[in-house]
Each structure stands twice: as C-alpha cells, then as structure tokens.
Design a protein around this ligand. Structure first.
Ligand SMILES: Nc1ncnc2c1ncn2[C@@H]1O[C@H](COP(=O)(O)OP(=O)(O)OP(=O)(O)O)[C@@H](O)[C@H]1O
Length: 277
C-alpha cells in the first residue's frame, strides 16, 4: 500500500505553513521528514492523518492505496487510523490515559479494531507487550503509565500503534523526549518491527543522525516547503541545500558521527542499518 502526497498545503489563520509539499512512500519504504523546528513537519503529518488543529485547512492531495483521503469524513479517517495507519507521537505521557493500566489500553486498541472478547484482548495485550520487549510482560500490563519509565511508556505507545498491524506507521519525533541511550533502543525496536512486518514508515525528526538510522529516504523541509529530497546516503555525503548542510553539522555527535572515507566525506550505506560510534 502506498502513500502519495501531492502539493499539500496547510493554512492557519491566513498563514500558509505547509506550502506545496509532495512525496511518495511506496509499499515498505521508510521515509524521513526532516527540518528545523517550525518547518512544517508535524502539520504535514497531521494533515495526512486528518488530525489538523481547529482553524487549520488543508489543500492538495493525499492518496492512500490510490484513494483520496484528504477531506474524508472524520469517521472514515478514524477507522483508517489504527486499522491501516498507526501513529506514535513524541510524548507518550499524552498518548496514554493515566488512570488505566497499560494492558487495558493496549487491549482496548485491539478490541476496537478487531472486535475481540475482553479476555482474548487481554491475552493479546500481554503478547503485544512482549513484542515491544517490555520487561516481565505478564505483570507490566497491570501497571499504570506513571509506574513506567519514559522509554517503557514509549514502548506501550508503540505497542498500541502496532497492535492491529497497520501498513503505515507515522512517527513524529518518537524518541526526542528520551535520553540518548533509550533513544537508540527505541529506534532499534521501531526499525526491527517495521522491517519484520514490511510496514511503510514516515518518520519525523529534526536530527539527521536519527534519520540516518531509521529511514532510507529523506525529505527536507524549510518554511513549509521541500528544499531537497534524496536517499539518506546522499543527504549525508553530498547535501545539496544549505538547510541539509546545517542539519548535518548539527546531527547528534553522541549518537553518530559521519565516518570519514579518506576524503573527509561521510559514508553511509543508506539502508539505515549502520550505527557507528
Ligand atoms: N495550532 C497552531 N496554530 C497556529 N500556528 C501553528 C499551529 N501549529 C503549528 N503552527 C505553526 O505552523 C508552522 C509549522 O509548525 P509545525 O508544528 O508543523 O513545525 P515542525 O517542523 O513540526 O516543528 P517542531 O519540530 O517544533 O514540532 C510553525 O510556524 C508553527 O508556529
């Protein structure tokens, strides 16, 4: 199933904050949307998902599996989200209900979409907790979000997003709120889950180092416009735009440094699998 975004615009209060963004995500592809804060990454994702804030309007075209989904009724979009398109946001605290156990929340997202009995969904919740490598899944499902670490909460949010095996995952800065070691673990987890299922991925980040670990293709945004789009290996080794050059300079050195190939130019396999120290 493919996602085709064509000439997408978003206006808020008469201001055009996404201005003619186009990109394709073929079945199983992993694409990164990258840019500085305020460049329009989140609003692009929210427009695709039909989750724009009140007062924002979208134009252009978003086709999912050949079908236009921009402007679909809320009900149909809600069904699409969760059935076929999963979402993970930056701050798992806001995605999780503080007064429900994490097992119940995972089970609910399965029940809504698959119509399982409570008992079957509870059993599946344990399996899904194990799938995202939560420790002691049998017992952790009985805990509340505040009893988990930030990384564990993000694993729960990922379990909820992927429980119904969506074909596309949209992840908006899912590791930004976490410390560097946990960030790397969550990236590894996401990459293996996405690969195992052959899912497509749209991954939003402001960090080229993070992008290089998870995506094969990058779309660089500035002021709501695409300034460059290329395989990640090319963005790393021959960034064409000033924006990408600056993103390369600012990439988190603690996680990743471009290896030198003698000429001083960075190398990358571009499949997102390398993690050099
Ligand atoms: N609810 C809103 N009301 C008004 N303006 C908004 C709203 N949300 C975003 N904007 C504006 O739209 C522009 C793009 O915002 P967006 O959140 O998409 O950027 P971003 O690249 O995701 O940034 P960040 O990395 O900080 O999340 C920014 O100028 C922002 O100020």
């Amino acid at each position: 199933m493919s996602l085709e975004v064509h000439d997408l615009t978003v206006e808020i209060g008469g201001r055009r904050v996404v201005d003619g963004v186009s990109f394709d995500v073929p079945d199983g592809a992993r694409l990164g949307l990258i840019g500085e804060s305020g460049s329009g990454k989140s609003l692009t994702a929210l427009a695709i998902l039909g989750l724009l804030p009140d007062g924002a309007t979208a134009g252009g075209s978003v086709r999912w599996n050949g079908r236009e989904i921009l402007g679909l009724p809320d009900r149909e979009l809600a069904q699409l989200r969760g059935d076929e398109i999963g979402i993970v946001f930056q701050e798992p605290r806001t995605a999780l209900n503080p007064i429900r156990t994490v097992g119940r929340q995972i089970a609910e997202s399965i029940r809504i979409h698959e119509g399982l009995s409570k008992r079957d969904a509870a059993a599946r919740a344990v399996a899904e907790a194990a799938r995202v490598a939560l420790p002691d899944p049998d017992r952790i499902v009985a805990r509340y979000p505040h009893q988990l670490s930030g990384g564990q909460r993000q694993r729960v949010a990922i379990a909820m997003a992927l429980a119904c095996r969506p074909r596309l995952l949209i992840a908006d800065e899912p590791t930004t709120a976490l410390d560097v070691t946990i960030q790397a673990e969550i990236l590894d987890l996401l990459l293996s889950l996405v690969r195992d299922d052959g899912m497509s991925l749209v991954f939003i980040t402001h960090d080229l180092a993070v992008l290089s670990q998870i995506a094969t293709h990058g779309v660089v945004l500035e002021h709501g416009r695409v300034v460059e789009q290329a395989p990640v290996a090319q963005l790393l080794s021959a960034p064409a735009s000033v924006v990408t050059q600056e993103l390369l300079r600012d990439a988190t050195a603690t996680l990743w440094r471009p290896p030198t190939n003698g000429s001083g130019a960075p190398e990358a396999r571009g499949d997102g699998s390398e993690r050099t120290a």
